[in-house]
Design a binder for this molecule. Sequence first.
Ligand code: NAD
Length: 481
Amino acid sequence: MFKIKNYINGQLVEPESGEYLDNYNPAEGKVYSLIPDSDDRDVQKAVVAANAAFDGWSSMPVLKRSAILLKIADFIDRDHEKLARAESDDNGKPLSLASRVDIPRASSNMRFYATAIQHFASESHMSDDQALNYTTRTPVGVAGCISPWNLPLYLFTWKVAPALAAGNTVVAKPSEITPMTAYLFSELCIEAGLPEGVLNIVHGLGAKAGQAIVEHPDIPLISFTGGTTTGKHIAATAAPMFKKMSLELGGKNPNIIFDDCDFDQALKVSIHSSFANQGQICLCGSRIFVQEGIYDRFVSQFVERVKTLKVGDPHDETSKVGAVVSKQHKDKILSYIKLAQDEGGEILCGGHQVKVEGRCEEGYFIAPTVIVGLDATCRTNQEEIFGPVVTIIPFKAEDEVIALANSTAYGLSATIWTDNLKRAHRVSHQIKSGIVWVNTWLFRDLRTPFGGMKQSGVGREGGEEALRFFTESKNICIALK
Ligand code: NAD
């Protein structure tokens, strides 16, 4: 069986333990490759390599550093088909989605930061005629980058690209549930001539390999994307060590549909924002609030359309919903559907596992599920399910829906549908989330700040925010008199 390897000091290597973990293809429900079960010894080797590479990489002329990262982006594009297939097989997502979104975004991430660093500037402040203050921004050292399984290469590169562009060296750990494209990425880094030790990829379990990264005294900054519970644990470990931290965590995002909206557009995009990637996008709008004037019409047309979404083999072009990522995650989603029923919810469609014939008969498929009749305060409407499950809740007034939207512990993103410009601004300003989309969803400009409020995280990624996170600023004050 194919064995994924760690990427340490420019080499593809076995884990120190010699042990491997099973890697599943979730659409087939079968083990199809093996992942290094790395531990603190592998992380130690990676940190030593990253530390040794730091001086060379951080002092390399920016244009040269940038050229290597651009070359990696070109190789991602060249291998687009292979990477998309690997992402789909590893994660269960439709091949069409991996091909259209995940892989193009991975090369965009590399390109964006490879060029952003060429324009990155720091401030100077003239303090009357007394002194000149100027700020320098220098790479911090070895960055620890830990990423989740839902958008594997997309989110892995979203961290690694700015970290490297800013001149840091990196020890990264992709999710043990979807390690394949990060492994293929390490091959591309070697081919592109990335100097040894600049990027090190240690595969393995969060509690073992991930924990070793977070605890390591020579890793002064941690960029983490994953669940809120894991984020809390990471913060508790890293904060007493005074590490710089960026935490991108869970969400329970409201999708607010006012009765003055463009109904057809809201309906169409809401299908997508509910079920894209099997609802496994931190930005999915899992709580749909619909104003009472259009509630009945919206619910009936929404359900009618959801029923037509084809759940099937991710390789099949006509499949709109692929497999969820693992058996454990499938069981978690199904347990939430059961909870919703126990809480008095009515399932209008879905609510069950789907058996797909052929090679996928053992796969983890769940029918897109729409639930009504639940109070906004119940667990189903408060906790992140992270699957193809949405609830629809009616509302009367603007103030009421703002309070409902803000009523969870999360604050990642929100979507608002209205043709009333003043309302769009008014509501956007009152929603407590890091991102608000009005009359669109998941429109991403990589220059914008990305991240959550409350338990959805700390810090922002994207644009200059990431370059600021991955650099240390210093103020130098020179007396002029
Ligand atoms: P997770 O928290 O289980 O794992 C994320 C990563 O952390 C994995 O690589 C895992 O191995 C590692 N990890 C686990 N325990 C660790 C520990 N003790 N120390 C160090 N690393 C550890 O999350 P997941 O299930 O992979 O991803 C789903 C979650 O990610 C959802 O909650 C989703 O909302 C969130 N997410 C957030 C964003 C965002 O930008 N805010 C984006 C995507 C996903």
